[in-house]
Design a protein around this ligand. Structure first.
Ligand code: BV8
Length: 258
């Protein structure tokens, strides 16, 4: 059952759930948020020249120690792919939720599509493809444009500060700790929310996935995902749709209420 109205085919039950004023909206996004922008998700997307690798094998300190050039080639391909992509209507809707209702973003994603759609202050639990640092002294490094064509193996640059380390991606690899400050700020946001939109995550990567449990008992929790994930929170409504279709409808519904 859905209301045919200006907010698309929002299911009636969800429309009723959203029929109130929310003061603290949080969008918790995963790789599915960017799927409609052509960015492969972590568990089901194509992996280009690195097809023989499971992304989880490449996104580790061991892979970096074992074969920096393969790992760096992969990250630079991904960075170029994101730069060539554009924010999808889901990203645009999240920026509208922030502009009109002060919504905040906590994301597991390492792309900058939320920011390019206009979102400010998104917390990146797993870092960013657009940050880089020395793997030895930790000095931040600025990145030049990635190579125009994917390079299966690409030598990382040597750190200009210590002259010994290699410049690595500014992301959190499997087996690495998340940044405490980012985690604490994200936890506070979710603990204060009255509407939590969980978008495009399989909910399998911890500790990020477990953070949705911090939402208050009386918060409304909505999952937007074509295949419902394993989200750790109690969910009031699972909408089996894409981020690009679901989020604009939710934003329009909330705008009609406010
Ligand atoms: C930690 C950055 C502790 C890198 C990422 C053994 C050793 C060490 C740790 C562990 C271990 N075993 C388990 C762990 C914990 C591990 C973990 O959780 N593993 C999982 C796989 C079991 N976690 C960690 O290692 C974390 N650190 O625990 O440290 C510690 C303690 C002491 C000392 C040292 C350490 C660090 C985890 C961070 C990993 N880095 N990214 C990079 O990107 O290269 S995680 C990576 O997965 C991405 O960030 C991605 O966002 C994230 C989560 O995946 P999802 O976002 O959910 O994406 P996924 O593909 O899974 O799902 C996509 C979803 O979208 C699907 O549900 C799909 O249906 C949906 N979808 C598809 N299309 C659409 C859509 N939705 C909407 N619209 C659409 N159109």
């Amino acid at each position: 059952m859905s209301d045919k109205n200006e907010w698309g085919d929002l299911p009636t039950a969800l429309s009723q759930l959203l029929n109130r004023r929310f003061e603290h909206i949080v969008v918790f996004s995963g790789a599915g948020m960017s799927a409609d922008s052509g960015i492969p998700t972590f568990r089901s997307g194509s992996n280009g020249l690195w097809g023989e690798f499971d992304p989880q094998q490449l996104a580790t300190p061991d892979a970096w120690q074992r074969d920096k050039e393969t790992v760096w080639g992969w990250y630079e391909w991904r960075r170029g792919h994101v730069m060539a992509a554009t924010p999808n209507p889901g990203h645009v809707a999240v920026a509208r939720l922030q502009r009109e209702f002060g919504a905040q973003v906590v994301t597991q994603n390492v792309d900058d599509l939320h920011e390019r759609a206009g979102v400010q202050g998104a917390l990146h639990l797993h870092g960013s493809l657009f940050a880089a640092r020395c793997d030895r002294c930790g000095a931040r490094a600025t990145l030049n444009a990635p190579p125009p064509e994917a390079q299966r193996r690409l030598a990382p640059t040597t750190c200009a500060v210590c002259g010994k380390g290699s410049i690595r991606p500014g992301v959190v690899w499997f087996g690495e700790q998340l940044d405490d400050e980012v985690v604490n700020a994200a936890a506070q946001r979710i603990a204060d929310c009255d509407l939590l939109l969980i978008v495009g995550t399989s909910g399998v990567v911890y500790p990020a996935a477990g953070m949705v449990r911090l939402a208050p008992e009386d918060a409304v929790i909505v999952e937007i995902n074509p295949q419902p994930g394993d989200v750790a929170a109690r969910v009031d409504f699972r909408w089996q749709t894409t981020a690009a279709a679901g989020l604009p409808a939710v934003a329009a519904r909330l705008a009609a209420r406010h």
